[in-house]
Design a protein around this ligand. Structure first.
Ligand code: ADP
Ligand code: MG
Length: 372
């Protein structure tokens, strides 16, 4: 069992580059945590500090309540898999996987057993006598993971392990990692820049930007309740649409004026705003493509748009519509396409759409924080 605690962790590199500011996270035993964010946001630095490959400038790192800041990497009981899974080219798969155990003077019989089990979990038993050059990219990555599994680490660290694989293999390996996780019950910290990987793998995900944590939550929480504009735009694909809008406090509640339409907030959201004494103010309205729907003629909630691009995705369309300066993307199931647009929406076709009020996100224009 292993819990990992990061308290006020900070990393300043030579040349005064602060890569990670005040990172706080309590990881439960057997939890699968994903650190996600754009390139350069400090994900690898954070992971490497947990591994002991980078010195911690400030703060406290604990594994199972034991302070680790000055413990050597080999004594931390962790294993790490990198994007560039450098296997030893002159060794067979078996020898690659057995290497760390041999260094630890593990008896031959036990090595055989551990390598055999890991190979079976990863489906590479038939490859044990091959050399890395005779393996595909996906097989090599399995070996790299196998090399880490045999050590039965308390904490499993993975830094973009799938980034070098092509899209199809990446999806396949993502499913493999989910299975792997069910078989070897350890604590995982997984780094990726890919929000889909983060959403599908993480028990909780930590969204980072510029060395700062933007939000920590379950995939559902960060998707449904992004705490700011950055998270809202980063999580979810196609991306959330954003509009300049005006929040208006009315006698009966709240409404937003957006692109010439007036859309009332739900009672639940209005209550939340009222409790915090939010008044009328300019806001950024966010709405996901799947939460925009076609509107009837004439209502005050309808927004006019003109189709600019229509992407047929199989079971759904991604419709791009222009409304003034805004390029809006909506996701429409093929079965919900209006007759006049069926068979593919055409460039220049006028449409009317509106937003599902319960799915609208409102952000403070200045702080970019979620108002609801
Ligand atoms: N050894 C280093 N020396 C100085 N700056 C570094 C070093 N490694 C990383 N950085 C900087 O720290 C920031 C975070 O990098 P990194 O943790 O690799 O981000 P990520 O893994 O999220 O892409 C970047 O600005 C990067 O340029
Ligand atoms: Mg990195």
């Amino acid at each position: 069992m292993a819990t990992v605690s990061l308290k006020g962790i900070k990393k300043v590199y030579e040349g005064n580059v602060t890569a990670v500011h005040d990172f706080n996270l309590e990881i439960a035993d057997k939890e699968f945590i994903v650190l996600v964010g754009p390139s350069g946001c400090g994900k690898s630095t954070t992971l490497r500090m947990v591994a002991g490959l980078e010195e911690i400038t400030e703060g406290e790192l604990r594994i199972d309540d034991k302070l680790m800041n000055d413990v050597a990497p080999k004594d931390r009981d962790i294993a790490m898999v990198f994007q560039n899974y450098a296997l030893y080219p002159h060794m067979t798969v078996y020898e690659n996987m057995a290497f760390a155990l041999k260094l630890h003077k593990t008896p031959k019989k036990e090595i055989d057993k551990k390598v055999g089990e890991a190979a079976e979990i990863l489906g590479i038993t038939e490859l044990l006598q091959r050399k890395p050059k005779a393996l595909s990219g996906g097989q090599r990555q399995r070996v790299a993971i196998g090399r880490a599994i045999v050590r039965e680490p308390k904490v499993f660290l993975m830094d973009e392990p799938l980034s070098n694989l092509d899209a199809k293999l990446r999806n396949q390996m993502r499913a493999e990692i989910i299975k792997l996780r069910q078989r070897i019950d350890t604590t995982f910290i997984y780094v990726t820049h890919d929000q889909t990987e983060a959403m599908t793998l993480g028990d909780r995900i930590v969204i980072m930007k510029d060395g700062l944590i933007m939000q920590i939550g379950t995939p559902q929480e960060v998707f449904d309740h992004p705490s700011n504009i950055f998270v809202a735009g980063f999580i979810g694909t196609p991306q959330m649409n954003f509009f300049d809008a005006q929040l208006e406090k009315t006698e009966s509640g709240y409404a937003v004026r957006v692109c010439g339409a007036l859309i009332a907030l739900t009672d639940e959201n209005a209550k939340k705003l009222a409790e915090r004494n939010v008044g009328s103010m300019p806001v950024t309205l966010g709405i996901r493509p799947e939460h925009i729907c076609f509107a009837a003629e004439g209502g005050e909630t309808a927004i006019d748009g003109v189709i600019s691009v229509s992407e047929m995705m199989g079971s759904e369309y991604h419709l791009h519509a222009a409304t003034g300066e805004n390029d809006v993307v909506m996701r429409v199931s093929t079965t919900d396409m209006p007759k006049e647009l069926s068979g593919g929406a055409h460039f220049g076709t006028p449409i009317k759409y509106t937003f599902r009020p319960e799915q609208m996100h409102l952000f403070n224009k200045e702080t970019e924080e979620n108002l609801i």
